[in-house]
Design a binder for this molecule. Structure first.
Ligand code: SF4
Length: 476
């Protein structure tokens, strides 16, 4: 309880094809007589959606999906590669699973996702133990590629990153049954000077509103209550589909989805934030009072070098108007410390901004001079130890701020989405807490509560990240 949020922003899922089955102890799905496939999904929620779509197709093609690496005939690692630590973690996972190929049942190993897209050719030469490389554009062809690999071919399916996989492909959820990520666009055209994602994932490509509404309807019919909209920049949605409407229009359509309880927005960069979104968020019956808005820095000089489009004054104004229009709005953001040329004065601007804006949640990255980015070649590269020290100073200040923000909730009755039980306490999240990255609410209950239930909880105590409460009788 109350542990500092994970420093890593990416998770490692051993996707079971269907978490529900795993919880009930069924080790696998699909055709049990056929080859068994295991998939490790690394990285962000957008990559997790790709993993779920790959598994949906593999199961439809008749493969069995197993939750046990050692039982798998075929192992797939869906990798992340946007910064050095993510590259290292992906390689570590590949080597780990390659050992299972040498000593275990595994006969074929495939590498998919951002690492394959970024370093495909090099890895093809340097990792002969890998039987196939699937770029970020190969998600829709995974079943055929696995069949070719099983037939003994070594496949290289890394093409242009900016293709689009068709809507409506089968998907096996890896998240708990009451919550699901929906990727509303692929790629990014913002071209922040430190970021490799546009090169790995291609230019920004929005899905149509109709395809997203259809997917959300089908997920809600399967029992999903919380839909989390994700993209590299969710706020930019629809800018590449002239006349088709942007994020406000999409939200209005999703507000009409019967059975949907919570709609959450992650990764809304301030740069292309649509004005109308403020009033739509305020009026929406489904949108959580929660917004993840990565800001990266607060010094205008550094923001310019990052190729970010809004000044800190404009960001301050936007956040002020959001908070005024949406009472109780929780804000999450992300900062990047140690950007080339960042002096103590620039860093002080960031700390002052953090103090002034009092974000409910904030994550911090250290800058990495990523190969192929403009920022990697900028003068004034900051020493590692200075980056580390600045990382800890931001996290320490944010821990104090998170506690103060949490303390404002003591005495309030909040609706909690139950997620599970830890010891004697149930735990879950309020509207103001996203899965994986934010704190939780812990509370005793005199009756059994099922994951996915919404219950009123009276908050009794605040911690730096978590809240402690008790089950309330009356609804929040
Ligand atoms: S908004 Fe900037 S940091 Fe985010 S994915 Fe796009 S280019 Fe990268």
């Amino acid at each position: 309880m109350d542990k500092e949020p994970e420093r890593r922003v990416w998770g490692r899922y051993f996707v079971t094809g269907d978490v529900r089955l795993e919880r009930k102890g069924y080790p696998m799905t699909g055709n049990k007589s056929k080859e068994k496939i295991g998939l490790v999904s690394l990285g962000c929620a957008k990559n997790l959606v790709d993993s779920e779509v790959m598994l949906g197709q593999l199961e439809k093609a008749g493969f069995a999906i197993t939750s046990r690496e050692k039982e798998a005939d075929i192992l797939i690692v869906n990798t992340c590669a946007f910064i050095l630590p993510a590259v290292q973690e992906s390689l570590q996972n590949i080597f780990e699973l390659a050992r299972l190929k040498q000593n275990g049942r595994c006969r074929r190993l495939l590498v998919a996702g951002c690492l394959a897209q970024r370093y495909g050719r090099r890895l093809w030469r340097e990792l002969p133990e890998v039987d196939g490389f699937l770029g970020t554009g190969a998600v829709s062809g995974v079943a055929e590629l696995v069949k070719r690999v099983l037939a003994g071919e070594r496949v290289y399916a890394v093409g242009r990153p900016d293709c689009r996989y068709p809507d409506g492909l089968p998907r096996l959820l890896a998240t708990p049954p009451y919550t699901a990520y929906v990727k509303i666009a692929e790629g990014c055209s913002n071209r922040c000077s430190f970021c490799t994602i546009p090169a790995i994932r291609g230019r920004y490509r929005s899905r149509t509103i109709a395809s997203i509404v259809e997917e959300v309807n089908s997920l809600v019919q399967k029992g999903v209550k919380e839909i989390i909209l994700v993209a590299q920049d969710t706020a930019r949605y629809g800018m590449d589909l002239p006349g088709a409407g942007r994020l406000p229009g999409l939200i209005r359509r999703l507000d009409a989805v019967r059975g949907l309880r919570w709609l959450r927005l992650l990764y809304c960069s301030p740069d292309y934030f649509p004005e109308e979104l403020i009033t739509v968020l305020a009026a929406s019956p489904k949108c959580c009072r929660y917004l993840d808005i990565p800001i990266q820095h607060a010094s205008n000089e550094i923001l310019r070098k990052m190729n970010r489009r809004k000044t800190s004054e404009e960001i301050r104004d936007l956040l002020g108007r959001l908070r005024e229009a949406v009472p109780g709005l929780a804000l999450r953001t992300t900062f990047l410390v140690g950007f080339p040329g960042e002096k103590e004065t620039h860093f002080a601007e960031l700390l002052n901004f953090l103090q002034e804006m009092s974000f409910d949640h904030a994550g911090v990255f250290k800058f990495y001079p990523e190969e192929g980015t403009r920022a990697a070649g900028l003068p004034g590269q900051v020493p590692e130890e200075v980056k580390e020290e600045r990382y800890h100073r931001v996290m320490t200040l944010q821990q104090e701020i998170s506690f103060l923000q949490n303390r404002k909730k003591v005495g309030k009755k909040l609706t909690v989405l139950v997620e599970g039980k830890a010891g004697k306490l149930f735990y879950g999240r309020t509207q103001t807490q996203a899965p994986e990255v934010d704190g939780k609410v812990y509370f005793p209950a005199d009756r059994f509560l099922s994951p996915g239930e919404f219950v009123p909880v009276l908050i009794r105590e605040a911690r730096a990240y978590d809240l402690i409460g008790e089950l309330a009788d009356e609804p929040a």
